[in-house]
Design a protein around this ligand. Structure first.
Ligand code: FAD
Ligand code: SF4
Length: 392
């Protein structure tokens, strides 16, 4: 699809250029030229009084939606371990599959990983599409996307869900392009609409509003979901399912990259999503010294240290510990927010915590609106007092 310019009708008025919300149009020799950032939204077509622009429908052949059935979850595994987000996606996928009265399947790729199917069945998968080959031992975009593209073309799932991990964020868009469909990234809510379509909700415009997105004309409907957002599927040990062997075959040149070595990032790994207690600090901590005080409280409670983006931007705490829309989504039993104002982008990542305690000098800070317990006060006085009480 694309925008066609009829030079016979165009008078070079530049109105289309001004109307394009994506600044995709430039004028060359008095005629509009459409750039690669064009989304085919049609604004320019509507704005051209001279009928000089039209939408080409080439390549937009109608997809027979009725051919597509089933909900698939990409079962990301690393070194033979299923990623926790997969179990969350199975929980969500089960709900979607039940609402559609269809089956839930997992797509598992790797080398010698067949044994992991049991975990996926226990998590609610009715089927596991298994691609087991030495070429799939380490993730490569070429190998994984080739195998899954072939499976999608053969079995035609209605929905495919990926965790918004590094791998999921790479694989999902590639497969969406290969399947000529759309993908909604970082969804926080998924539900089935009246017409069986997947309603994919995600924050938009810096988190100031929630947008619900549909993919009405193409299949599969695809979305990525960030770890920690959906509830984990309850495990039913011994639950059985069907394994479908995808029997992948690779020709020379199919995989253009070679993994020579896997080097793990050195340093402490942080798992905010698994933490029961989080002590988080914001700009109000005033610097690294403030974070040392928070660390004392975290150590005393057996908790994990985290921070707001403002604190991360200041370099007071590492990015891996950022909570919020562009950080990690957490659901601990206890979240203690110290010197954090409670911007919507921060709340998006922690408001589902079990109990929220907020310490802030400003009684009007928005964090108090989501807090179960609010302490209006200076954290440099409040935290030592809590520590003292805990020592007693
Ligand atoms: P501030 O807003 O500056 O708040 C500091 C608070 O500390 C104030 O309420 C103040 O009253 C209090 N305070 C000061 N001194 C003390 C003291 N001694 N004792 C107690 N309280 C004190 N933010 C995130 O956190 N996570 C995200 O993932 C994230 N993603 C974003 C994505 C986008 C697209 C955008 C536009 C923004 C994003 N932000 C995110 C930034 C967000 O909008 C806020 O700017 C940020 O959360 C503010 O951090 P803060 O609360 O630490 O700082
Ligand atoms: Fe711009 Fe939309 Fe016209 Fe494309 S279709 S050039 S994005 S106004």
């Amino acid at each position: 699809m694309g925008i066609i310019v009829d030079k016979e009708k165009c008078i070079g008025c530049r109105k289309c250029m001004k109307s394009c919300p994506f600044e995709s149009i430039v004028m060359e020799d008095k005629y509009p030229v459409i750039g690669s950032s064009c989304t085919n939204c049609g604004q320019c077509v509507e704005n051209c009084k001279f009928g000089a622009l039209s939408k080409s429908e080439e390549g937009s052949a109608e997809v027979d939606l009725g051919l597509y059935h089933g909900v698939w979850v990409f079962a990301e595994q690393r070194e033979g371990k299923i990623m926790p987000v997969v179990i969350e996606l199975l929980g969500e996928g089960r709900k979607l599959a039940d609402a559609l009265n269809t089956e839930l399947a997992a797509v598992l790729c790797g080398s010698q990983i067949g044994g992991l199917a049991e975990e996926l069945f226990a998590g609610g998968a009715d089927k596991v599409y298994l691609a087991d080959a030495p070429e799939l031992e380490n993730y490569t975009t070429d190998a994984y996307s080739k195998v899954i593209e072939e499976a999608v073309n053969t079995y035609k799932p209605e929905i495919v869900l990926y965790g918004a991990t590094h791998i999921g964020r790479d694989l999902g868009p590639v497969l969406a392009v290969k399947a000529n469909t759309g993908l909604t990234a970082d969804c926080t809510k998924l539900e089935i609409g009246e017409d069986r379509s997947l309603m994919m909700t995600r924050p938009a415009f810096g988190g100031n509003l929630m947008a619900t997105i549909r993919c009405p004309k193409h299949r599969p409907q695809m979305s990525t979901v960030r770890p920690g957002v959906m509830k984990k599927a309850e495990s039913i040990p011994g639950r059985k399912g069907e394994i479908i062997d995808l029997a992948p075959v690779f020709a020379e040149g199919d995989i253009r990259t070679k993994v020579l070595e896997v080097v793990k990032a050195v340093g402490e790994t942080v798992s905010l999503t698994d933490a029961d207690i989080i002590v988080a600090g914001g700009k109000g901590t005033g610097g690294p010294e403030g974070f040392k005080l928070l660390q004392k409280l975290a150590d005393k409670l057996g908790g994990t240290l985290a921070g707001s983006r403002a604190a991360v931007d200041e370099g007071w705490i590492e990015k891996a510990r950022q909570v919020g829309q562009t950080g990690t989504t957490v659901k601990p039993k206890l979240y203690i927010a110290c010197g954090i104002s409670g911007a919507i982008q921060h709340l998006a990542g922690m408001q589902d915590s079990g109990q929220i305690v907020a310490i802030n000098t400003n009684e009007a800070a928005p964090i108090f609106e989501v807090a179960d317990y609010g302490i209006v006060g200076n954290l440099f006085q409040v935290i030592p007092a809590i520590l003292e009480a805990l020592e007693a």
